[in-house]
Design a protein around this ligand. Structure first.
Ligand SMILES: Cc1ncc(COP(=O)(O)O)c(C=O)c1O
Length: 384
């Protein structure tokens, strides 16, 4: 049986074109970017070229990009780095209720260190209201961190409006753009973004590399201290093969973005239209303002985990929510934040499409899903 992968929000397969450009950096061009000899200088050249390509994708300057090991690390650095560098100005940070756990847990940790955290609610579609951001900002606020697009329900947040408010109020604005980077256009200048997180393995690049965009002039403290790489903000020997791959992945995404967004949104809409014909099914997230590759459903009297297991037996890989929360038994904090009761939140299915998703694969999901939902429902103890 040929397996069907529909969990691109968890991670993506690496594009063959990306692997190809990475290979020389494992073998002949293996130098350390800090070395003065030609091996080092070749590695340094590749590093700076990659920085330029990634900066171009979001209209940033190359010196505003620093490489890290993961989006989790970038988000930790954004929150903790801004908090500790700006303590004298204030101790208040604003996030939303639907952020990824690496933002929520970093904020919780900062609260233990004496920082004050405001967690903004979202509406039934998962949207943050920019007016709520405005009202929550106090003279002590130093940072607002709102994700660009939800990894679970795909809702795209009004970050340009939020960015404008933050800039007017003189507060730094960070956005976690892990799910949107390379999929929809981002312009850090136009959107008034001060810090932005993106990750390679969500866009057909290798795992183990991510970036943090930090606008020139933003005050930030490192959390790793050592040899002073990445402008002193992320000491560690630089992972050149992964960074070269990340840049190639970004180059491909930039070239193919508009065509791919159109192709995927057509497939997504076909899927949504068909699935909503199933009795007792609902769409989670915004009906229009969502990522081109995300569909998230809820089925009454159906347990999400059972659905995933049965789909897996049919060779189809989907998810109940984020990959991190799918092993927890607690309902997703994102689904409860949009107002779902825990039992409703447990009946969710995230289908995330990507570069290698074909119409045939979507048709196969559409074919098997109604029967699976019916079967699980027929044995549900909650069904009247
Ligand atoms: C929106 C968002 N932020 C951050 C992360 C963390 O990425 P990683 O686990 O690769 O560090 C993810 C991963 O799912 C994500 O979707």
């Amino acid at each position: 049986m040929k397996r069907i992968y529909l969990d691109y929000a968890a991670t993506t397969p690496i594009d063959k074109r990306v692997v190809k450009v990475m290979l020389p950096y494992f073998e002949e061009n293996f130098g350390n970017t800090m070395s003065l000899h030609s091996f080092g200088q070749e590695a340094k050249f590749a590093l700076e070229q990659s920085r330029q390509i990634l900066a171009d994708l979001i209209n940033a300057e190359p010196n505003e990009i620093i490489f890290t090991g993961s989006a989790t690390e970038s988000n930790n650095l954004a929150l903790k780095g801004i908090a500790f560098a700006n303590e004298l100005k204030g101790n208040h940070i604003i996030i939303s209720a639907i952020e990824h756990p690496c933002i929520i847990e970093s904020a919780k940790w900062l609260a233990k260190q004496g920082f004050e955290i405001t967690k903004l609610p979202v509406d039934k579609y998962g949207l943050v209201n920019p007016e709520d951001v405005k009202k929550a900002i106090t003279p002590k606020t130093i940072l607002v961190s709102i994700m660009h697009a939800s990894n679970e329900i795909g809702t795209i947040e009004p970050i340009d409006e939020i960015g404008k408010i933050c800039r007017q109020k003189g507060v730094y604005f960070h956005t976690d753009a892990v799910q949107s980077f390379g999929k929809i256009p981002i312009d850090v200048k136009k959107m008034n973004i001060d810090l932005l997180t993106a990750s390679s393995h969500k866009m057909y690049g290798p795992k183990g590399v991510a970036l943090l965009y930090i606008r020139n002039g933003v005050k930030i403290e490192p959390i790793l201290h050592g040899g002073g790489q990445e402008n002193g903000l992320r000491s560690s020997t630089v992972n050149v093969p992964a960074i070269v791959g990340f840049a190639k992945a970004a180059e491909i995404c930039k070239k193919e973005m508009s065509r791919e967004a159109l192709r995927l949104s057509k497939l997504r809409d076909k899927l949504i239209k068909s699935v909503l014909k199933i009795k007792g099914s609902h769409l989670n997230g915004h009906p229009k303002n969502r990522l081109p590759n995300n569909a998230n459903f809820r089925f009454e009297f159906v347990e999400g985990e059972s659905l995933i297991m049965r789909l897996d037996l049919e060779g189809i890989a989907c998810s109940t929510g984020s990959a991190c929360s799918s092993i927890k038994l607690e309902p997703s904090h994102v689904l409860t934040a949009i107002g779902l009761r825990p039992e409703e939140a447990h009946g969710s299915l995230r289908v995330s499409l990507g570069r290698f998703t074909s119409e045939k694969e979507i048709n196969q999901l559409i074919k098997v899903l109604p029967g699976i939902v019916e079967k699980i429902r027929s044995i549900s103890p909650f069904k009247k």
